[in-house]
Design a protein around this ligand. Sequence first.
Ligand SMILES: *Cc1c(COP(=O)(O)O)cnc(C)c1O
Length: 387
Amino acid sequence: MDVPPRLVIDDGAIARNVESIIRATGTPLMAVLKADAFGHGPQADVVLGAGASSIGVTTIEEALALRSSAVRAPVLSWLNPVDADWAEAVRSGVDLAAPGLSHLFAIAGAALAVGLTARVHLHLDVGMSRDGAAPDDWRTLMHFARAWEERGAIRVIGVMAHLSSAQDPADEETTVERMRFVNGCRMAVRAGLRPGVRHLAATSAALSRPDTRFDLTRVGAGLFGIDPSGHTVLEHAMTLDAPIVSVRDVKAGTGVGYGLSHRTDRDTRLALVPVGYGDGVPRAASHRASVSVRGARRPVVGVISMDQLVVDVGDLGVAEGERAVVFGPGAHGEPTAGEWAGWAGTIEHEIVTGIGPRVHREHVPWHAEDADVAGASTTAPVAAVAR
Ligand SMILES: *Cc1c(COP(=O)(O)O)cnc(C)c1O
């Protein structure tokens, strides 16, 4: 086959999303590029070129990879084991979240050892019982942060927290968690800290709850066209397509795939598409999913295998070498990652981050000269369209 299964990523869509989000929020944007930019590959130059002012990632490894590719903007890493390579992070100018005392001590100790001051964001858990300092530990954490500041080991430049329930803009829980965050920030100031950047909102809150924006928004999913709150029109950037490697005409009643869980209901043509759950096409979507062939939706039949799936292409006259679009932005009637998520009982995030390494990557490039500089600097709240 000439062109293998491939993931085409429209970098321009990501750049335009950055511009739309900054325009809608009127707030500096930390672009969250964790997990290989939610499966979209290297995007630091695109998001920074389009107006993001910093980058957020999960691990120090991810942050160091950005530094190795010559990213000089601030990079924050917020989830690391206590014995992570803090020294290398500090030497590379990576900002570090401290979600508790043991992490704070490890960061401060590493900074003293390398003779530099670590830039720290104190991370408060405001409700979801996941990462961040437990509320009971917050006062102690700030006390020691101040003590380490006085020794020159760290500087607390930010306070952060993450909302549990922002996908529903009307959820009262967000109001409660926001108040806990405000109180945590006030306590930090009373403890003698001067956290210049307070940040709480990720995609949903950033776009639908202006009261959560504070000094910057930390947006991941929205960069890639996913807004769980359904609030803002953004562009999807990914298209997964694959060649049809063979076709076969079969009689009504023919069994398809493992367990013969599907039988054709008429004489028809089956087309074999060489992607499966080993490539991130979820098996749980079997018996519900469809793909697009010649611009028409055709059902995936039988159980999705590790490496392949079968499509009932009916009487479209489809031949070997044509292509099937598994998902895309939806502009040409093809299924979206969101529909695949629905078929598989999951969320879009899991579909886009799950496409495996065997699938080739192609980027439709975007260049900073294309940036909508005027738009990116305005604070007018446009682009926000309530559902
Ligand atoms: C993933 C993540 C984000 C980004 O969330 P989105 O909903 O994808 O915008 C922000 N902050 C933290 C702590 C995260 O883990």
